[in-house]
Write a protein that binds this ligand. Structure first.
Ligand SMILES: Cc1ncc(COP(=O)(O)O)c(C=O)c1O
Length: 261
């Protein structure tokens, strides 16, 4: 029996049908919003998440970063998130490097956290010595703590606590659709009423080999484009990791060259 490895999109391979669908897809000028395939995908995903609009981005990391960038103002605003969350563990310090954000890591065994933990992390409003609490970031399912699904009531309470304190919220839905299947709770519930959020269309489901539509609870997508252009610029400049040497074990060693100015 053929084994299907669903562990990560880095390990799955497109099927023949997917390759054919890609080759035959109707395409157009995506920058001018004239690519019918991308437009249909964005609309479908915005509907799925109960959000107003979506923008297609090439990776989940970019969705997280652009979400962060939209909410956090330069100069030390703080993001409250779990210690094991992807921006802390796997985005090369980009909250600090690209946005100047402080992170406030919360602890728990399963990667979720409580409304009380959020309240306990809030900075004192008007205290000029402290950063400004700005964003709560949640990961559904939690990744590095074993793929736990956030219970709806817990997430509800966390989002309420954030909203009561005037904070925005962001959903990293790299495995949101796994949570939908595991729990039977539809995607467009309070789970996805965050200010921004994204599900991946590639991870685990062998659905598409690239891209994650990033959704927003606002029709206006204008403010998305500035950080999106910055991210595109930084990936086309020599900033992205380049394999530079093989280690003795044969695995590639990666370095990030200095950005040429
Ligand atoms: C929880 C989580 N968020 C974000 C990402 C980043 O997604 P991408 O690999 O598309 O950049 C991953 C990748 O595995 C992830 O597990």
């Amino acid at each position: 029996m053929p084994v299907v490895n669903l562990r990560s999109d880095t390990q799955t391979r497109p099927t023949e049908a997917m390759r054919r669908a890609m080759a035959a897809a109707e395409v157009g000028d995506e920058q001018a919003f004239l690519d019918p395939t991308v437009a249909a995908l964005c609309e479908r995903v915005a509907d799925l998440l109960g959000q107003e609009a979506a923008v297609f981005l090439p990776s989940g990391t970019m969705c997280n970063h652009i979400g962060l960038r939209l909410h956090v103002r330069p100069g030390g605003d703080e993001v409250i998130l779990h210690r094991s969350a992807h921006p802390i563990m796997a985005e090369a310090g980009s909250p600090a490097a690209l946005t100047g954000a402080m992170v406030y890591p919360l602890d728990s065994d399963d990667g979720t956290f409580t409304a009380d933990q959020v309240r306990g992390a809030l900075r004192q409003v008007g205290n000029r010595y402290q950063p400004v609490s700005r964003l709560v970031h949640v990961e559904q399912t939690t990744n590095l703590t074993g793929g736990r699904v956030w219970p709806l009531e817990r997430l509800d309470a966390v989002l309420d606590a954030a909203a009561e304190a005037g904070l925005r919220s962001h959903l990293d839905g790299a495995r949101l659709l796994n949570a939908v299947v595991a729990s039977g709770v539809p995607a467009a519930t309070r789970w996805t009423t965050t200010s921004t959020g994204w599900p991946t269309t590639m991870r685990g489901r062998r659905c598409s080999p690239t891209g994650s539509p990033s959704c927003r609870a606002s029709r206006s997508t204008r403010s998305w484009w500035t950080p999106t252009s910055w991210c595109s610029a930084s990936t086309t400049r020599p900033r992205s990791p380049t394999p530079c040497a093989r280690t003795t074990s044969g695995s590639a060693r990666w370095t990030t060259p200095r950005c040429a100015r």
